[in-house]
Design a protein around this ligand. Structure first.
Ligand code: PLP
Length: 427
């Protein structure tokens, strides 16, 4: 049975599938869909936003500029500082390669971390092949990159620091204010990958010393295939375009603007701004509820710093339970083993390895990510199913049998530490 067919059958039988993979993607909000369809067909506003010579083009351009204003309002920037892209991946490529290629020094130094998204790591690897020098900061064991760690690796020829605001696998939050100040004091560009934070944390570019921000539509209840790069003060002349064409977006990112996608992202940004505080409160409650439920399972480790973690992204290792087996056994709960971009890879997560988690424990780790539509009932169902599956899989595990068969399955302890809580040491 195809996955689509399976979902259809389950829905028809009112057998719900709980979606807890919002960090991979969010469902497009209905009001976003409604706004998008008004910019496609002949009866609607299908014009090319660059066709200034007639009404159709001018209406489309107006819609694109309204969307740009909504996105600018989300991060408190000027609309002229927003460059549309096809997603955060393209935005990250444009920021990192664009800054590097804008430098006269072709061996300039760039700083990033070992736990960034592949779009950052692969862009940096590409620049390294061209002669640029890259430093990958190793986080501490809880996944934190401190301003001190960044300060220690800066050099006279450092031109760019690129770090993520919220880690997509463990949810840890980077102190972008302090690191940004460090960068600004040294005249270094600071790029922030905010794909995972834009719908979860407030971002204000008037107070945060950040020069470049990458954003993604589908992580904030907008459509896939659209994103943006915020470029402070339109200092765009130093950013080398990575594509060449019709001169749109001040020549930094040419290509016909996809009105419906941009309108979708604009509406998603407007809704996000409107709901940010309410969503954050709900998320904190649901996150605690999920964490308490999962903590009842023995030998459960919560990966990453729990104090500096965004509510709604929770990475958990269940000792002696391989993540692939767990995910396959959870028929009605959708979770993931980490980034969707690397989920086809059988390699353990580079983020968890970067935190110093053993390969074995990384292969026993899964990510739960909650979103705007998550309910307590869904979490109850998810926790029940995870408990059942973990129990069954442990019964089949020789490793588990040899070391734990005499102990109860459930934990009765309270969570004691806020940092990388380990119920019992599994190593
Ligand atoms: N950066 C982070 C932290 C992400 O989580 C993702 C998507 O998973 C991306 C970048 C890439 O975003 P997009 O899918 O818009 O290219």
């Amino acid at each position: 049975m195809s996955r689509h067919h399976e979902i259809e059958v389950r829905r028809k039988n009112s057998h719900p599938i709980v979606y807890l993979d919002y960090a991979a993607t969010t469902p497009t909000d209905q009001s976003v869909i409604n706004a998008m369809v008004r910019h496609l067909g002949f009866e609607d506003n299908f014009g090319n936003p660059s066709s200034h010579s007639h009404y159709f083009g001018r209406v489309a351009e107006e819609a694109v500029e309204t969307a740009r204003c909504h996105l600018a309002e989300l991060i408190n920037s000027d609309p002229s500082e927003i460059v549309w892209t096809s997603g955060a991946t393209e935005s990250i490529n444009l920021a990192i390669k664009g800054v590097a290629h804008g430098c006269t020094d072709r061996s300039a130094h760039i700083v990033t971390s070992a736990i960034e998204h592949k779009a950052v790591l692969d862009s940096c690897a590409y620049l390294a092949s061209e002669g640029f020098e890259i430093t990958y900061i190793a986080p501490d064991q809880h996944g934190m990159i401190s301003p001190k760690m960044v300060g220690e690796v800066l050099r006279d020829n450092t031109v760019l620091i690129s770090l993520m605001h919220v880690n997509n696998e463990v949810g840890t939050i980077t102190d972008i204010d302090s690191i940004g100040q460090l960068a600004r004091d040294r005249g270094i560009w600071f790029h922030v990958d905010a794909a995972q934070s834009s719908a979860r944390l407030p971002i204000d570019v008037r107070s945060a010393p950040v020069d470049l921000i990458s954003l993604s539509g589908h992580k904030m209840y907008g459509p896939k295939g659209v994103g943006a790069l915020y470029v402070r003060g339109c200092s765009s002349l130093r950013i080398k375009p990575q594509m060449h064409g019709g001169g749109q977006e001040a020549g930094i990112r040419p290509g016909t603007l996809p009105t419906h996608q941009l309108v979708g992202m604009g509406e998603a940004a407007r809704l996000t701004k409107e709901r940010l505080h309410q969503d954050a409160e709900t998320m904190a409650t649901l996150d605690r509820y999920l964490l308490d439920g999962l903590a009842e399972i023995r030998l459960t480790t919560f990966n990453g710093n729990q104090e500096h973690r965004v509510p709604g992204i929770l990475n958990v290792s269940f000792a002696c339970v391989e993540n692939e087996s767990l995910m396959m056994s959870l028929k009605d709960v959708a979770i993931s083993s980490g980034s969707a971009c690397t989920s086809s890879s059988i390699e353990p997560s580079h983020v968890l390895l970067g935190l110093g988690v053993s390969e074995n424990a990384a292969n026993c780790s899964v990510r739960f990510s909650l979103g705007r539509l998550t309910t307590k009932d869904e979490i109850d169902l998810a926790v029940t199913r995870v408990c059942e599956s973990v129990g069954l899989l442990r019964e089949l595990s020789l490793q588990w049998q040899s070391s734990n068969s005499d102990k109860p399955f459930h934990n009765n302890h309270e969570i004691k530490s806020d940092v990388a809580t380990v119920q019992e040491n599994t190593e």
